[in-house]
Every structure is written in structure tokens, then in C-alpha cells.
Write a protein that binds this ligand. Structure first.
Ligand code: PDD
Length: 285
């Protein structure tokens, strides 16, 4: 039975109740995180919490929790759910008011919720056993604050289902200028002639923690070239390799884009080198 945290209490999932007047429920007015943990080891804990604090500040939710308090919550959730390979979902909404009114209410307490869910085992850098992905593309029709990890995910959900409904795994998004932004729940990378490029972080994309760690790891190692710059849809179509990344899948190879093979349609050598380095160094940040 899954044990969750809600507003100061640990309790079975089915006993966790929130008010229907919670602004997370009514407006999607909240911030969330997903922190991966393998056994008792979390990946990127500190940058995940920093990103959440930034998101809370950006939307004016005052929650007096420091990094240590979040760490204790995560450690408790891991322990109470038997460790294993877990995604730790953390969620702070603005809280429940007694009316539905757009203005930020005074004097309500944020709702803090956390639960764990199973994720695949720590990915292994192995060409034959890694899961491969097929994606489709579409214009990014979400809002202009995609750097905020908001619980209001309808845009992402609609985009995800555009590929999922056709039997694919993800939807890669591009803006009106034909430049890639990200995928509906992942960041995106294109590899050509051994050089890796990924869109820069701005208001159009979530600054992914897996992306952040990958950049740090590759730059510290120095054997693979990675550049942050605008990446066009044409480059995606002409790529030798395409990857997507997120906390629950690390660096994932894409073998088809809109039904067309990427490169020769198999997992590439640059992916192998990058995921190997990621696996070796992911706990260092
Ligand atoms: N999604 N971009 C979007 C839109 C995302 O939702 C995510 C993560 C990422 C990758 O970020 P990170 O490397 O920090 O996981 C990029 C999470 C896992 C989710 O919504 O479940």
C-alpha cells in the first residue's frame, strides 16, 4: 500500500483527501517536482528543490520549507514505500479558499502533497537492451511560461496524447519559427556528426534537471561536444541521432520521428557514450 504525505501527515493514499476548493484543483495553481531515486539514492535532489523554490517564488506561493525539510520528506517517502526504483512526486498548491476567485487569497496555507511511484530501474548504457522511442512532431501550442513547472499541464497532456493515440511515445514540439522547444514531458537533443545540440533554456522550455546534469557531466568530461542553441525542425529530420531526457527515463534514444527512421533507425554510438557518462556521474550533483 502506497504511503503519501499530505499537509504534515503520512497516510495511506486512499485516506488522503483535499478540499474541492483547493486552487490546485480549481485552477492548476501550483508547482510540482519529480525526483528520481534508486534504492535510497536520489538523483539531482538539490537542483530539483532549487527549481521548485524558483517556481514557488515565480507564482508568489510563500512556503517556509528549506532544502533539509524537503530532504527529510523525500527520505521518509522512500523509506515508508520500501525504497526500490521510485519517482518522488512533490506538489505545492496555493491552498484551499472558501470561494472561487482569481485573485491570490490572503491567509490560506499552501497544500503540500507527496507520493512515490515506480519507475524503471536505473538505466543501463546498453544498445541492445535500452528502450527505444518513436515520436511525432507538432507546433507547440502551450503558454509562454513553460520554464515554470506548473501543475497546470493541460497543454502538455494534449500534446502528449497527439503521439500516444497513434502508438508513439512522445511529441516533440516546435515554435512558430520552426525551432524545437522540447517534448511534452521531456527535453530534446539532436546529434549530427558526433556533435550534440539542444535548445537553450528560456521561457519556451522547462529547464530539465536531467538536461542540467547531462550538460555538467559532458562538459566536465570533455569527450563529447554539446552546444545549447536554437535547433530547427529541419535539423531534427536530418539528425544522426535524436534523444529525449527526463528524470524517469534519463537519456532516451528516439529511433523514429513522424514515422521516418532517425539515422539508420538503431541506437547510436553517441547516445551510448552519453548515457554511460550519465550513469557514471549522475549521483555527483
Ligand atoms: N517531466 N520538459 C517537460 C515539459 C517536462 O514535463 C519534463 C519532466 C522535462 C524533463 O525535466 P526533468 O529532467 O527535470 O525531469 C522537460 C516530469 C518527469 C513529469 O512531468 O512527470
Amino acid at each position: 500500500m502506497s504511503i503519501v504525505y499530505l499537509n504534515g501527515h503520512y497516510l495511506p493514499m486512499e485516506d488522503a483527501k483535499i478540499s474541492p476548493m483547493d486552487r490546485g484543483f480549481l485552477f492548476g495553481d501550483g508547482i510540482y517536482e519529480v525526483v528520481p531515486a534508486y534504492g535510497v539514492r536520489m538523483v539531482g535532489f538539490r537542483p530539483h528543490i532549487e527549481r521548485m523554490q524558483n517556481g514557488l517564488a515565480a507564482i508568489g506561493i510563500a512556503l517556509d520549507w528549506n532544502e533539509q525539510r524537503w530532504r527529510e520528506l523525500c527520505e521518509q517517502l522512500i523509506e515508508r514505500n520500501g525504497s526500490g526504483d521510485l519517482g518522488i512526486y512533490l506538489h505545492v498548491s496555493r491552498g484551499a479558499d472558501n470561494k472561487r476567485y482569481h485573485a491570490y487569497p490572503e491567509g490560506i496555507e499552501p497544500t503540500v502533497f507527496g507520493f512515490t511511484f515506480e519507475i524503471p530501474p536505473s538505466p543501463v548504457a546498453d544498445k541492445s537492451s535500452t528502450k527505444t522511442y518513436t515520436v511525432t512532431t507538432t507546433e507547440d501550442l502551450r503558454w509562454k511560461r513553460c520554464n515554470i513547472k506548473s501543475t497546470a499541464l493541460l497543454g502538455n497532456v494534449i500534446h502528449f496524447n497527439q503521439s500516444y493515440d497513434g502508438g508513439n511515445n512522445e511529441t516533440i514540439l516546435y515554435n512558430a519559427a520552426g525551432e524545437l522547444t522540447e517534448a511534452s514531458a521531456c527535453n530534446v537533443y539532436v546529434v549530427k556528426d558526433g556533435k550534440i545540440v539542444t535548445p537553450e533554456t528560456d521561457h519556451q522550455i522547462l529547464p530539465g534537471i536531467t538536461r542540467l546534469l547531462l550538460l555538467k557531466i559532458l562538459r566536465a568530461d570533455g569527450s563529447l561536444a554539446i552546444q545549447e542553441r536554437p535547433v530547427t525542425l529541419a535539423e531534427l529530420r536530418d539528425a544522426d541521432e535524436v534523444w529525449i531526457s527526463s528524470s524517469t527515463k534519463e537519456i532516451a534514444p528516439v529511433v523514429r520521428v513522424d514515422g521516418e527512421r532517425v539515422g539508420d533507425g538503431t541506437v547510436g554510438d553517441t547516445w551510448l557514450a552519453a548515457q554511460s557518462l550519465f550513469s557514471a556521474h549522475k549521483y555527483e550533483y
